[in-house]
Design a protein around this ligand. Structure first.
Ligand code: 26W
Length: 827
């Protein structure tokens, strides 16, 4: 794929790339083309791409400053951006020029791409969403900056040893990072601990903060180029370092260890990404991380505003600044902005309150109560004494305002308050102090309004809105699936890449036999690509002719990988009982990291491996079924897996998955979905019509009702459904290969009896088992009709345009941020 407009320059650009690459090799590595290692080649090519982006970057900054437009700061503890090289080449619309240039040099782009370390600076959906948003913001030319943490170690690398997850450190920066630029001019000091004194001696309140520890925040900026756009935005990641690398006075007294200690302590703040997803622990280091990057960011925002608008008072900050917090992790930015406005800029409390509320908006990404952030009050007070005072004052005013609305309703006010029972509740802080709060799908927003945040929705009816997530077409189709990209472009022209609604033009092609045949061929090629990848990386042979069935996402009970695994056991039993059973040949792919401390999630990984071994060991069954667990799920793996998928498993307990985004990526790449009416699956079904998606299971309302009224009794299903009982018994009767006979009894117990006072099977695995098995029957019935399957696959791609993150960002902009695009002069 290449933008035709650039064709006349192609030859010249190609020659320029060749000479630049050779020049970079010579100047930076002292090597000729022949001598260069793959890593040096990668870096040399990357540097040429970086040069091109740098020009846009400078021009964008200049235009933004001149045009004085309102700017968005998107704060997130995670930006799961994935590799940059190929994506940047695509976004610069230079893929054809690079392809030809590298071909002439005898260099394989796909191969040198492997030398790029992947920045795994996120756990899952929330972090990847932030990366898709940056791509869309840049493509739409909106003035924005992403702000986060430059973790030295990203999410752990997952290895599987004897069927169990083992975590290895992800030292992605070891070999340097071509894409980042340290910006020493914008370093900030962040203060922790100490004491606060109030000084009224001048008649006005002055706050004196003493005895604190200082950590220096150093920004590293990564340029994010828009697709076919002259705009390049910055992703600013803050790195922590000590004010003095070594305390020389200690050093000269021979106290080497203590001298290094302070420096070490400061640097641990940005050392490692917490591997928790949907589960919060009140760890001091995590609170330090949050304050570290939000304080540095807010200081920078105020500094930049004062520099750009020297004559505008800070009471008008919100006219030029929008701040968005990606879940509550950056919510400390709220009291931090108040602190700076009050203590440093001398605003009144009322003004600071108004400005802050006008600047902030908050996206909620989960309804799981164990994920809602709460900090122990004492830790909060000791680490952030001034922030604690301000948060307290915010709470007092907020409760006072609530009292006016709900006089004497102590219950409600204590439920909605920000500080209570010795805890600071970050969601309540974000709810109180944002002018908009959004859920990430329509169902999720409904649940927020009617359930989790119902009291806030009643208090401020227009505040909570739903903006359905999206994914970037550039990475998830153009980059990941060049075959499909070419096919679509040939059919409907290239504009869909920036205007994904145009994918609807593919609808008539679902009835076009020749197109469908080519669509099938693209899928077959992608299946072959994945099969080769697995053969080379894992030494496993899969049958590219089998149905490729994929579940790729974090491992969590609510996502129900367990339901998928139990269903495979059910098919296994059917084949054992009747080797001629009518079962379509399938390869079940799983890819999932479990949080290191999440015991049951790790048990589920073990179970999947046991099922895999069992299936492989039987000569009859293995002719029909294969289980593949792909270790270390990450963006680069997703780019190979998703285009090859035929069936996408989106089988969470209804009401639990806020949106899901892999569902959108699979749909875009022409996989059919088997799923519950959860998150964005609901909207997928509405858009395409229910006939093109395999929907099964309880609805969110039913789940909620069954759980609330204790109407669900998993044990009864075990007694009444023979097939289900047989499958469950396999967990404890020695059928499965395991280290010890009781290996899977924890899973068995949790499904049938519950544990620690919890009800049995709170995610309704057993309840949805029979409907799931039925839906899977329907899947294989349709799959056998190749033409019908392809027709539906084309319709999936054709309806995926709504799930472009360009649409999502436009909606955020219209309803929350109100930014105007930067005007660039095109040469
Ligand atoms: C504090 C620990 C912690 C860490 C991460 C709690 C919660 C999270 C995230 C909110 C988890 C997450 O990634 N949520 C996912 O966000 C996606 C983007 O909106 C949604 O598509 C997924 O449904 C949601 O699970």
């Amino acid at each position: 794929m290449d933008i035709k407009r650039n064709q006349p320059d192609l030859q010249a650009r190609k020659e320029q790339i060749i000479s630049e690459v050779i020049g970079k090799l010579r100047r930076h590595f002292g090597r000729t083309l022949e001598e260069a290692t793959p890593s040096q080649l990668y870096k040399a090519v990357a540097m040429t791409v970086r040069d091109a982006i740098m020009e846009k970057w400078t021009a964008t900054r200049k235009a933004r400053v001149q045009q004085q437009k309102k700017r968005l700061y998107y704060l997130s503890v995670e930006f799961l951006i994935g590799r940059s090289l190929v994506n940047n080449i695509i976004n610069l619309c230079q893929d054809e020029a690079y392809r030809q240039a590298l071909e002439e040099l005898g260099v394989d782009l796909a191969e040198i791409e492997q030398s790029e370390p992947e920045p795994s600076l996120g756990n899952g959906g929330l972090g990847r969403l932030a990366a898709c948003f940056m791509d869309s913001l840049a493509t739409l030319g909106l003035p924005a900056m992403g702000c986060g943490i430059r973790y030295e170690y990203g999410l752990f690398r997952q290895k599987i040893v004897d069927g169990s997850q083992v975590e290895m450190p992800d030292n992605w920066l070891d070999d340097g990072n071509v894409w980042e630029v340290p910006n020493l001019d914008d370093q900030m000091e962040v203060h922790f601990g100490g004491q606060i004194e109030e000084d009224w001696s001048s008649g006005q309140l002055h706050i004196r903060h003493t005895g604190y520890h200082t950590v220096i925040a150093v920004p590293y900026d990564i340029p994010i180029s828009g697709y076919d756009s002259d705009v390049a935005l910055s992703l600013r990641l803050w790195s922590a370092r000590a004010p003095q690398q070594l305390d020389m006075s200690l050093f000269s007294r021979g106290e080497y260890a203590r001298a290094a200690e302070e420096a070490e302590l400061a640097q641990t703040i940005s050392k490692v990404l917490y591997p928790e997803d949907n589960h919060q622990e009140g760890k001091m280091l995590r609170l330090q991380q949050h304050y570290f990057f939000t304080s540095a960011t807010i200081q920078y925002i105020v500094k930049d505003f004062k520099k750009r608008y020297p004559h505008m008072p800070l009471t008008r900050l919100h006219e030029k600044v929008a701040i968005h917090i990606n879940d509550t992790h950056p919510a400390l930015a709220i009291p931090e902005l108040m602190r700076i406005l009050l203590d440093q800029e001398g605003l009144s409390w009322e003004d600071a309150w108004q400005v802050t509320r006008n600047c902030f908006a908050y996206t909620n990404h989960t309804v799981m109560s164990e994920a809602l952030e709460r900090w122990p009050l004492q830790m909060f007070r000791e680490l952030l004494p001034r922030i604690h005072m301000i948060t307290n004052a915010i709470n007092e005013q907020y409760c006072h305002d609530l009292w006016e609305i709900y006089p004497n309703d102590f219950g409600k006010i204590s439920y909605m308050s920000i500080i209570a029972y010795d805890q600071v509740r970050m969601a309540n802080l974000a709810l109180a102090m944002s002018h908009k709060v959004n859920g990430v799908s329509q169902l999720h927003a409904d649940i927020l309004r009617k359930d989790l945040f119902a009291d806030w929705a009643r208090t401020e009816p227009d505040k909570i809105i739903g903006i359905t997530n999206g994914v970037t077409i550039r990475r998830w189709c153009v980059k990941a699936n060049p075959g499909l990209t070419d096919l679509i472009t040939e059919a409907i022209g290239p504009d869909w890449i920036k205007d994904a609604d145009q994918l609807q033009k593919l609808i008539p092609f679902a009835a076009d036999a020749a197109f469908c045949e080519r669509f099938r061929r693209v899928k077959a090629e992608n299946k072959a690509r994945l099969s080769n990848y697995i053969a080379s990386k894992m030494d496993i042979k899969v049958d590219p002719g089998s149905l490729f069935d994929c579940q790729a996402k974090r491992l969590h009970e609510y996502k129900r990988q367990l339901l998928n695994a139990l269903h495979i056991l059910y098919l296994y039993r059917r084949l054992k009982e009747d080797p001629a059973a009518n079962i379509e040949k399938r390869t079940f792919f799983f890819a999932a990291k479990a949080s290191p401390g999440y015991y049951r999630a790790k048990e589920i990984i073990r179970l999947i491996h046991a099922v895999k071994v069992l299936v492989e060991s039987d000569p009859v069954v293995r002719e029909k079924l294969q289980v593949v667990f792909l270790p270390n799920y990450c963006v680069s793996l997703a780019e190979v897996l998703i285009p090859a998928a035929e069936l996408s498993e989106q089988i969470s307990t209804a009401g639990k998955e806020a949106s899901g985004t892999s569902n959108m990526k699979f749909m875009l790449n022409g996989a059919l979905t088997i799923g519950t009416l959860d998150g964005a699956n609901v909207e997928m079904a509405q858009l395409m019509g229910g006939e093109n998606i395999f929907i099964f299971g309880r609805k969110a309302q039913e789940v909620e009702n069954m759980l609330r009224n204790k109407l669900y009794h998993a044990g009864e299903l075990y007694e009444t459904n023979r097939a289900l009982k047989n499958v469950l018994d396999m967990l404890v009767d020695g059928s499965l290969p395991a280290d010890h006979p009781r290996q899977f009894s924890d899973l068995y117990q949790s499904l049938l009896f519950g544990d620690g006072g919890n009800i049995a099977d709170p995610y309704l695995v057993l309840d949805d088992f029979a409907p799931y098995a039925e839906a899977q029957e329907e899947v294989q019935r349709v799959y056998r009709d190749t033409q019908e399957w392809t027709r539906r696959a084309v319709l999936n791609t054709a309806h995926a345009g709504f799930f472009s993150s360009d649409r999502t960002i436009q909606e955020y902009n219209e309803r929350i941020w109100h930014l105007e695009p930067i005007q660039m002069e095109r040469e």
